[in-house]
Design a binder for this molecule. Structure first.
Ligand SMILES: NC(=O)c1ccc[n+]([C@@H]2O[C@H](COP(=O)([O-])OP(=O)(O)OC[C@H]3O[C@@H](n4cnc5c(N)ncnc54)[C@H](OP(=O)(O)O)[C@@H]3O)[C@@H](O)[C@H]2O)c1
Length: 313
């Protein structure tokens, strides 16, 4: 029977640290704010926004909520982003995806100032990840707290996308070594699969990426020491598609008719063979929000550090 990778426990630990860092900043009269931008009525985005606001309240981040109608124009969204970029009270901006169909999401995401792109999805953030310029943030194994010390602050010029960063933190938290192991990632989206593959590569795993056009998915997943799946297809990964002792990370979220959620993995058959497995809910989801809060406080610390480099602690 597989050991559970408990995302709730890890997220509480990360949030405690974030809360204490926010308290330190408030001693210097620095308030930490997170801009939230929701356009349209997507139910999962609304749920994610609600959960984010609650988490912000718990740690002392002020959530600046902006809800725009489904027929909002791109200019209105861009104007709002520009004003948030200039707003000293706001350290990070999260835009909920998907945006309404007529809005070009990449155009909009790329308007977020890189130093406020706490979801790490802008082209500059993605490029820095690919160029290994921001991956040093995932080399602080067991010592993430030192990232908050002054010496690192000036180097943190962009942020790692929250969900894949959360996956790496979860694996590390449970002492799962990635170096030299075969990691198979199912899904190649810009928000999850692609950046996760780059981060696993930075951790020196051997990485295979699968997607919709992959032929005979099971022939790849069965080779995985670490299998990460992010497709949103309920039950895609079954017990006969993994090898004995594999680590299985289920990032997928599917909302069922009764409102409950389930992942990509057929938990019952897979947990019998896996060594570690994430539950859905309670696995990657809570850590994603914790990473968003951590990136936000890091952004606030960084701008405070750049303005007052001699003041630490
Ligand atoms: N837990 C969290 O915190 C969190 C955060 C973000 C997202 N999610 C969830 O993760 C899932 C993926 O999110 P996303 O934003 O990456 O979604 P997405 O943009 O729709 O990407 C889905 C990916 O899955 C691939 N795929 C689809 N069908 C497949 C199949 N039969 N076999 C192999 N690959 C297949 C697609 O391949 P192609 O590129 O070839 O089409 C695509 O790369 C969703 O359920 C989402 O709700 C969870």
């Amino acid at each position: 029977m597989a050991q559970i990778l408990d995302g709730r426990k890890l997220s509480e630990k990360i949030k405690e640290r974030v809360k204490s860092d926010i308290e330190k900043l408030s001693r210097h009269s620095v308030d930490v704010g997170l801009g939230l931008l929701l356009a349209g009525e997507n139910p999962s985005s609304k749920q994610y926004m609600y959960a984010t606001v609650k988490s912000c309240e718990k740690v002392g981040i002020k959530a600046h909520q902006n809800k725009l109608p489904d027929d909002v124009s791109i200019n209105e969204i861009l104007n709002l982003i520009h004003s948030i970029n200039k707003d000293e009270r706001i350290s990070g901006l999260l835009m909920f995806l998907p945006l309404p169909k007529k809005i070009n999401a990449r155009r909009v995401i790329n308007e977020i100032a890189p130093e406020k792109d706490v979801d790490g999805l802008g082209s500059l953030s993605v490029g820095r990840l690919a160029a290994d310029e921001s991956t040093f943030q995932i080399f602080r194994q067991g010592d993430y707290d030192s990232l908050y010390s002054g010496e690192f602050m000036s180097a943190v010029s962009s942020f790692l996308p929250c969900t894949p960063f959360g996956v790496i933190r979860l694996l590390e938290h449970y002492g799962i070594d990635m170096k030299g192991r075969h990691a198979v990632v199912v899904g190649k989206s810009l928000a999850v699969g692609k950046p996760l593959s780059l981060m696993l590569l930075a951790k020196e795993a051997t990485v295979t990426i699968c997607h919709r056009e992959t032929r005979d998915l099971g022939s790849y997943t069965r080779q995985a020491d670490i299998l990460c799946t992010a497709t949103g297809i309920k039950g895609l990964i079954k017990g006969d598609m993994i090898k004995d002792g594999a680590v299985v990370v289920d990032i997928g979220i599917n909302v069922l008719n009764d409102g409950s959620i389930t992942g990509d993995v057929d938990f019952g058959s897979v947990e019998k063979k896996a060594s570690f497995i994430t539950p859905v809910p309670g696995g990657v989801g809570p850590v994603t929000i914790a990473m968003l809060l951590e990136n936000t406080v890091r952004s606030a610390q960084r701008s405070h550090f750049l303005k007052h480099p001699l003041i630490t602690g």
